[in-house]
Design a protein around this ligand. Structure first.
Ligand code: SF4
Ligand code: FES
Length: 249
């Protein structure tokens, strides 16, 4: 296949960016999208040009490192799929594909398709620690957890922190991410001691980082590669309200 690429090129955070055209030739349908970009980059390097910068690590949909807009859709057209798991069989010979970095004030562009997502790290850091009693490691079954709670907590913990939810949201809100992290511990017995302080600190950090508010568009859920449901946002709002009421007492 021949794929016609239009790629955002930006040399540095302060440089002026622009779209540039590239042609990917001899693309196999079995290649992953990132392997196709690897081949394009090998061609650029051979010509002495700067390769297209993009993030990736595991390339197995686990780590959350990869992510950019593929023709306007975060991670591309396949639902529940990271861009590293997107394959070229999804495209046809002669397709035109536009690649852009996440667009959000809180995710400044570092280079080309790479953005700074350290704001997510600071939201998680704001959540702080979980208390554990000192002494020997307790038996795995010493703290009983209802099956429904453990299932929901596990589903929330599936968030890989990729940032696609922010990129899809017209408000550049990160509440799907933040609510997944809040829910993960709020649902479990181990998360109870710091439950109130955690949600208040994480929500305030979210706002301080410059992410927008939620207006229930649902775009975040639609593009999330881990299919994190927006019911987490409702849970986070309830947790926040509860914590603020308790703090008033
Ligand atoms: S909620 Fe989904 S889209 Fe948002 S950071 Fe987590 S995995 Fe990515
Ligand atoms: S590179 Fe790890 S999720 Fe895509």
């Amino acid at each position: 296949m021949r794929i016609l690429l239009k790629v955002w090129r930006q040399a540095s955070p302060t440089a002026r960016g622009e779209f540039r055209d590239y042609v990917a030739d001899d693309v196999s349908p079995d290649m992953s999208f990132l392997e196709m970009l690897d081949v394009v980059n090998e061609g650029l390097i051979a010509k002495g040009d700067d390769p297209i910068a993009f993030d990736s690590d595991c390339r197995e949909g686990i780590c959350g490192t990869c992510g950019f807009l593929v023709s306007g859709i975060p991670h591309g057209p396949d639902p529940g799929t990271t861009v590293c798991q997107l394959h070229m069989r999804r495209f046809s010979d002669g397709d035109r594909v536009t690649l852009e970095p996440w667009r959000a004030k809180a995710f400044p562009v570092l280079k080309d398709l790479v953005v700074d997502r350290s704001a997510f790290d600071r939201i998680i850091q704001a959540g702080g620690y979980t208390s554990v009693n000192v002494g020997g490691a307790p038996d795995g079954n010493a703290i009983l957890v209802p099956k429904t709670a453990s299932d929901k907590a596990m589903d929330s913990a599936a968030c890989i922190g990729c940032g696609a939810c922010v990129a899809a949201c017209k408000n550049a809100s990160a509440v799907l991410f933040t609510s997944a992290k809040v829910s993960h511990l709020a649902l479990l017995p181990q998360g109870q001691p710091e439950r109130s302080a955690r949600v208040i600190a994480m929500v305030h950090r979210h706002d301080a980082e410059g992410f927008g508010s939620c207006s229930n568009e649902g775009e975040c859920e639609a593009v999330c590669p881990k299919e994190i449901p927006i019911t987490n946002i409702a849970r986070m709002n309830r947790e926040y309200l509860r914590a603020m009421l308790l703090a008033r007492d």
